[in-house]
Design a protein around this ligand. Structure first.
Ligand code: HEC
Length: 132
């Protein structure tokens, strides 16, 4: 192998490293959820709190969890909770859906703004929960 090939190979390997170091896994999402979301949200279906249960929202229409009083904005939003929509909402709820009752991260209850990698983990966690 030439030196040039070695350099290219190690450059590729080092580019791959940060991605695996900050792997977006459901396990990591679960821990983040406990820290940042569980004050308001449960994942047990039917268990609503300050926010609706998020146990089976992945792939569903927004604002349809039974028994929770959503804002009119959420109920009429026509959002379907895909990766892209969740990512947009978790980045800045009020910007994604003006008037939502969900506070913008960092403004209430010590909820930090999740980084892109953390949002990925949170979404992976929500996606991993059993659908009902
Ligand atoms: C301070 C309380 C609070 C915290 C903390 C909070 N939420 Fe919410 N969340 C709400 C409320 C209230 C709603 C309902 C919004 C509405 O009706 O406009 C909501 C709605 C949602 C929805 C839409 C649910 C649906 O059925 O359409 C998602 C998804 C969501 N939150 C995810 C999260 C995640 C993930 C976190 C943690 C990173 C989080 N929330 C942290 C209060 C909170």
């Amino acid at each position: 192998m030439t030196n040039f090939n070695l350099i290219v190979l190690s450059a590729v390997a080092s580019m791959a490293l940060p991605a695996s170091a900050s792997a977006q896994t459901p396990e990591r999402g679960k821990a983040l959820f406990a820290a940042e979301c569980s004050a308001c949200h449960s994942v047990v279906p039917g268990q609503n709190g300050i926010g609706p249960s998020l146990g089976s929202i992945y792939g569903k229409r927004a604002g349809t969890v039974p028994g929770f009083k959503f804002s009119i904005e959420m109920r009429t939003s026509h959002i379907v909770w895909t990766d892209a929509e969740l990512n947009k909402f978790l980045t800045d709820p009020n910007n994604a859906l003006f008037g939502t009752k969900m506070p913008t991260p960092g403004t209430e209850m010590h909820m930090g703004t999740p980084s892109a990698a953390d949002r990925g983990s949170l979404i992976a966690y929500l996606r991993s929960l059993p659908r009902s």
